[in-house]
Design a protein around this ligand. Structure first.
Ligand code: ADP
Ligand code: MG
Length: 618
């Protein structure tokens, strides 16, 4: 039964645009199918979802009389009163998705309940047609065509078909993972991309990432402090170049949450190097009343009543497993247990558990309040790691910066850097050379100030800048390879590279689509023939989230830096007077320079600071 929410209720729900992109349409439709109890869901998209999106389910269906109200704003069968908001278990609850999708597309719903025949109702730009008898199996098919056909401004705002498709694919992958008991079929432009059979998380992982991935993962299931954490974690030495291989589901919803993210990163911190990210697909289940799912209109984050409990639990479970300490036994789902979990658990739950867990397992009756107290001692905060977000009424919101924010931030940063530079620039003619220390540090006096210049760092920086300029200005010669190099990517990585194909071509790479989400590289820049392509593309993909475009000098920073380091004069090498002069000239009075590794080129000392050392002044 669909009913219209009264204004006092829907006003309590964060307002916001639900549908702004094809993937958000797909998301709403699939969530509706899940809410309708479907066990089989198929999703088809064409033209990145702009041309057509179709979601078919075998759920409960919509009664004939309810079809028109499904299109009405604030119409929902899932929520009746404001109180219900605090125990939301279904995915959709605002009752505005279908109405807002219908308003900006040509939509058709065909639905059949078990008790009645099938009926269809179409709309164009939100204008409803008539309810007609139709043919169809039990369940619902929603077709959305020509998204934003009547709002050209929003249509223009969409990304390329390929990118929109990548975002849909990524989200569908997360549905397969979050609902491993549902059979999904996902088809793009007529080709099946994912197929899962509702037979468990391991199978869903294999459907999304290929079955080889399982060899690198371990399955965990931990129940502590009223918090259950289960799913798959990458082994200690299994890493990915970016965060797109991380999925967290809180009470069944995919979210990006800083508290949990920081807990997991910190648990892995000692095993992974910089720019390596753990792989995980984890489910966190907590009492719904301590989770606020209404943080963000698109439901991408949640807020916990107490971050410390969540952080502490996740951190201690994940690090126990990674460190392999005795507690890990409680959390690890053994290979044997995985396959037989359901039958074994039903027959003899106690016998299938490791002996240790019966004594050491925390009592499941421990209340949330008790857990909070116990955890006060368990939360590790180590310097240098990601800070643990504070709990409290102020919520943190994790969202990727929008292009506008990013640009403002970048502009600001550049401005500050320029300002800093200006202050550190001196007229070289005012610097008086006073000799060197240890054949390494050149000493200059300037009024009441002194500068020590590290000759190696300075020279290294100057060479590095020159190499960069040369690289940016060089003419491109592309060299075909004997054996093409094939990159296996996930949907997001694929979309990113694809978007940059032309740039890669400009810098001498020949890269093209190679079926599915693989990319074939068949030529490289001639002057980089000997490069390690794995490392190079690893680097490209590691900064995918921050890179707007691919720029070669940025990516080859390390290579240029080591070339500069080799070519530069060393510390301990005595320079001739002429060389000293040349170095200062080329520095052009810039005392704020840093070497390519970020160390300062010059150190600034005030006369008064030296006098303090001698206690002449205090
Ligand atoms: P909400 O999901 O927030 O209730 P929607 O606008 O997404 O709002 O959907 C409106 C109503 O239409 C739902 O409450 C539900 O009753 C009905 N509905 C939508 N999609 C389906 C579906 N696939 N199967 C059955 N009922 C559906
Ligand atoms: Mg909905």
């Amino acid at each position: 039964m669909i009913h219209i929410l009264t204004p006092d209720i829907y006003n309590k729900i964060a307002a916001g645009e639900v549908v702004d992109r094809p993937y958000s349409v797909v998301k709403e439709l699939v969530e509706n199918a899940i809410d309708a109890g479907a066990t089989e869901i198929s999703v088809e998209i064409d033209g990145g979802g702009k041309r057509r999106i179709r979601v078919t389910d075998n759920g409960g269906g919509i009664e004939k009389a309810d079809l028109p109200s499904a299109y009405a704003s604030h119409a929902t069968s899932k929520l009746r009163s404001a109180d219900d908001l605090f125990g939301v278990r279904t995915l959709g609850f605002r009752g505005e998705a279908l109405a807002s999708i219908a308003a900006v597309s040509k939509m058709c719903i065909v639905s059949k309940t078990a008790e009645d025949e099938a009926y269809s109702l179409s709309s164009e730009g939100g204008v409803l047609g008539e309810v007609h008898p139709a043919a169809g199996a039990n369940g619902t098919t929603v077709t959305v065509e020509d998204l934003f056909f009547n709002t050209p401004a929003r249509l223009k705002f969409l990304k390329s078909d390929g990118q929109e498709e990548g975002d849909v694919t990524n989200m569908i992958a997360r549905f397969l993972l979050s609902r491993p008991e549902i059979s999904f079929e996902y088809t793009v432009n007529g080709k099946t991309k994912y197929r899962s059979f509702g037979d468990g998380l391991a199978a869903a992982l294999a459907a999304v990432y290929g079955k080889e991935i399982l060899a690198n993962l371990c399955e965990i299931d931990a129940d502590r402090h009223g918090v259950r954490l289960h799913g798959f974690l990458g082994n200690r030495n299994f890493s990915k170049p970016n965060r797109t291989y991380q999925s967290l589901f809180v009470n069944g919803r995919y979210v990006v949450n800083q508290t949990v993210g920081a807990a997991i990163s910190n648990a892995y911190a000692s095993y992974l190097m910089k720019r390596q990210y753990p792989f995980y697909v984890l489910f966190l289940e907590l009492p719904p009343e301590i989770v606020d799912v209404n943080v963000h209109p698109n439901k991408a984050d949640v807020r916990f009543a107490d971050n410390q409990v969540v952080y502490g639990t996740v951190y201690s479970v994940v690090s126990s497993v990674l460190d392999g300490n005795s507690r890990a036994l409680e959390y690890l789902v053994s290979e044997r247990g995985r396959g037989e979990a359901s039958s074994a658990a039903e027959e003899a739950p106690a016998a299938s558990m490791p002996a240790a867990s019966q004594t050491a397992a925390p009592s499941p009756q421990m209340s949330y309040e008790e857990a909070k107290k116990e955890l006060q001692f368990e939360v590790p905060v180590t310097a240098g790691r990601s800070p643990m977000p504070r709990s409290g009424p102020l919520l943190f919101e994790v969202h990727a910066p929008t292009p506008a924010e990013e640009d403002a931030f970048e502009a600001n940063r550049r401005f500050l850097l320029e300002e800093e530079k200006k202050q550190q620039r001196v007229d070289p003619a005012t610097l008086e050379y006073k000799g060197e220390l240890f054949h390494t540090y050149l000493c200059y006096e300037r009024g009441d100030e002194a500068y020590l210049v590290d000759q190696h760092a300075a020279h290294e920086r100057l060479i590095y800048d020159r190499l960069r300029e040369k690289m940016a200005a060089r003419s491109v010669v592309s060299q075909p390879m004997l054996m093409p190099f094939v990159l296996e990517l996930n949907a997001q990585e694929f979309a990113f590279l694809k978007q940059n194909f032309s740039l890669l071509r400009e810098i001498g790479f020949e890269a093209e689509e190679f079926g599915g989400s693989t990319v074939k590289v068949s030529a490289v820049p001639a002057d980089l023939m000997a490069m390690d392509l794995n490392a190079f593309f690893g680097e490209v993909l590691s900064s995918m989230e921050s890179l707007r475009t691919i720029r070669l000098p940025d990516l080859l920073k390390d290579k240029l830096a080591s070339a500069a380091c080799k070519a530069a004069v060393k510390g301990g090498e005595q320079l001739t007077e002429k060389e000293v002069r040349a170095l200062l000239e080329r520095m052009d009075g810039d005392m704020g320079l840093k070497c390519p590794h970020g160390r300062p080129v010059a150190v600034h000392l005030k006369k008064s600071e030296i006098e303090k050392l001698f206690k002449r002044i205090v």
